[in-house]
Design a protein around this ligand. Structure first.
Ligand code: SF4
Length: 367
């Protein structure tokens, strides 16, 4: 029997008071997950799915943060890395299918219950850790920003585990931020839109759709298709087939590649897929997206109205609308992502990118 292990959240900077101290003493930066922008308005009487990213920037500046970044940008760097990683694994027929690793709950489950699957995980850091690693390496050493701290506003408590990686200084859930805002008299509904800050404050819609199930794989495969397989349309134009509870399947052709992708969500989906994998089934997939929450991050346990499906579905609708209306829909089109690779990182999945943006040992963080 596998024993449940509790992570000691007290080891890390988690409370509003901890983050306030960072704001008072450091060059305090903060990043906001894409899912938050569809949901935070609910806590201030605004309609579900109303896009509040700009107002949230204004609120975080009022609370004292000097720079407000988008985690969507980190998702787009991760997309560049994961697409290149997938290409290399396909070419070498190495550790396929490649499982995503952006959901810390899934990675924690994998470490504790399915360690035999760990080698199949993408080694990319999560979008949050991508931004935090870049904030520490790029802002401090390249741009001489001084004593930088980077905090994160995230949809779930599990993201707090990632602080052990050593780059993010503190994580608050959406509802913890709401408590801080209300105690400080900051009402989101009264604020005008602000703008996310450079150099991690611009994203295409690919980084944004990361916030719902299917979006992670779709965003990665848009860039994979364009850079390595010739163009193919977005995955949501393809028919998804339900395979089991919490498991859907998509097949698509990207140039010479014919890919079979599984979209897995929720504890039952993870359990169904992993048990079958251990029995030698599900081995013909090329990529597997794993999200522990129904609906993906828009269904996180630190969000307003947590666990209520009607709210989750409206947030997913808002993400899709945002994607439909976006001018840029793929990570490799983002000018700031291009600049980062050209001037700093070099090749996606190259030596420097691997050093800064990939994880060596999941056990050290999630074990
Ligand atoms: Fe957190 Fe859920 Fe998103 Fe996983 S799917 S990162 S548990 S909100």
């Amino acid at each position: 029997m596998v024993k449940a292990r509790c992570f000691n959240f007290k080891l890390i900077m988690n409370s509003v008071d901890d983050i306030k101290k960072l704001v008072e003493t450091k060059f305090a930066c903060v990043q906001v997950a894409p899912s938050i922008k569809t949901a935070l308005g609910e806590a201030f009487g605004m309609p579900t799915g109303e896009w509040v990213g700009g107002r949230l920037v204004a609120a975080l500046h009022q609370l004292g943060f000097k720079r407000v970044f988008e985690t969507d940008f980190g998702a787009e760097v991760r997309i560049m890395e994961e697409a290149a990683e997938l290409k290399e694994r396909l070419e070498k027929n190495d550790r396929l299918p490649m499982f995503t690793s952006c959901c810390p709950s899934w990675v924690g489950i994998c470490v504790k219950m399915y360690p035999d699957i760990l080698p199949y995980l993408s080694t990319c850091k999560s979008p949050m850790e991508m931004v935090s690693s870049l904030a520490k390496d790029y802002l401090v050493y390249e741009r001489k920003f001084g004593d930088v701290s980077i905090s994160s506003i995230m949809p779930c408590y599990a993201k707090k585990m990632e602080v052990k990686e050593g780059h993010t200084d503190g994580v608050l859930t959406a509802m913890e931020l709401v408590g801080w805002m209300k105690a400080s008299g900051v009402n989101l509904a009264d604020l005008k839109n602000g703008f996310f800050d450079a150099p991690f404050g611009m994203s295409s819609s690919a980084g944004t759709i990361y916030a719902s199930t299917g979006g992670v794989a779709e965003a990665t495969l848009r860039t994979f298709s364009a850079l390595y397989g010739g163009w193919c349309p977005g995955m949501h134009l393809y028919r998804e087939e339900i395979i089991a509870d919490g498991v859907r399947e998509v097949k698509l052709k990207c140039g010479e590649y014919r890919l079979k992708v599984a979209l897995v969500e929720g504890p039952s989906g993870i359990s169904n897929f992993c048990k079958a994998f251990r029995e030698g089934k599900n081995r013909d997939y090329h990529m597997v997206e794993m999200m522990n929450c129904h609906g993906g991050c828009v269904g996180g346990n630190g969000m307003p109205n947590a666990g209520k499906d009607e709210f989750i579905q409206k947030r997913i609708g808002a993400l899709r609308k945002h994607d439909d209306n976006a001018v840029l829909t793929s990570a490799h089109e983002n000018p700031l992502v291009k600049e980062l690779y050209k001037n700093y990182l070099g090749k996606p999945y190259g030596a420097k990118a691997k050093k800064i943006l990939h994880i060596d040992d999941f056990n050290a963080v999630f074990g």
